[in-house]
Design a protein around this ligand. Sequence first.
Ligand SMILES: Cc1ncc(COP(=O)(O)O)c(C=O)c1O
Ligand SMILES: [Zn+2]
Length: 387
Amino acid sequence: MVKEEISRANALFCAECQQPFSIYEVNTYSSCHQAPLLTQYDLTDLTIEAINQNERSMWRYAEVLPVLEQANIVSLGEGWTPLLKLKRLAEKFQVENLYFKDESANPTGSFKARGLSMAVSKAKELGIENCIIPTAGNAGGALAAYCAHAGMKATVVMPTHTPMPFKKECEYFGANLVLVDGLISDCARKVASLNLNGKYFDMSTMKEPYRLEGKKTMGYEIAEQLNWQLPDVILYPTGGGTGLIGMWKAFNEMIKLGWIPPSNFPRFIAVQTENCKPVVDSFFSAEFASPCLPSVANGLSVPFPFAHTLIKFILQDTSGTAIAVSEQAIVENVKEIASLEGMLVAPEGAALVEALKILLVTEEIDRDEKILLLNTGSGYKYLENLP
Ligand SMILES: Cc1ncc(COP(=O)(O)O)c(C=O)c1O
Ligand SMILES: [Zn+2]
């Protein structure tokens, strides 16, 4: 029986030189430039009607996602999260249109579910059974959950200082949990040493092509939920940068599809913590200047983002910027958002509100602009970080 392909994916290509790679083989990153691999689709004659309105998850966009056969989709109902208009915060900041895309509604409580649902589905499609991941917390929990759902093996390598719920969920999902004294970069070194014989498939951020395609669906959803009128500016809490690159890719695809006009491409603003700000450093001074420390926003403590060249390009290309906020401000904003809006957001999401306050004062964001923040995760897993 010939199986029907549900996807328009036709190749991977090197983000640096566009050299093509096969979507039918196991790939990681480009051998030519050690750069991320991006999925390419045949985008001709695909109308908005291709969106499956009955599918209330990110899989409503299956034709522009890389899983070729329906049967390989490993889903716990990720995506199609609420886009909330925050009236009380907006009033306080005297801005007109403030939106929060609430990714805490995802399985395992963060947007990492999108990327790992996609990556585990593709791993299943390619016959991979044993996955490993270095993580700041959320991605590890998501990998463990989707591997459990697919009947696959997961090894999660996480900093020892990560809050307890991140560790517990991995154990409940049946993953092999390895703790490392250090940051995610030390966990990545541990992954390399555990994987010398190549028995695991490494799901590291941007070194695996398809997590990006899952995160990309945030861009499709934002456009659809705003009736195809994109925000003027998007603030994104940046660690490895997958969500930022994913949304930028989504908007570019939708322009090619003719679903949105090319004219109102949002400015992307990468928000980091003063404890770890390599993207801010490289944006303003071309090098990683400051050392990295742990953060109350665990996902922001990423010393060497693999895709930093592409992140910097996107910030420049969209006339965006990068900004770091203090640890204390992150905690204060978690509390302020909770008391004003009834949302217990991840510290990574709260960092965006501090960045917004600063950028309104410096007039890098205007009060009449349509502003979108991504609450990338639930604050409930981080309670022990909050004094
Ligand atoms: C809640 C949360 N927000 C943001 C990030 C950063 O995401 P990315 O690595 O895609 O930049 C992470 C990563 O761990 C996270 O868990
Ligand atoms: Zn290349």
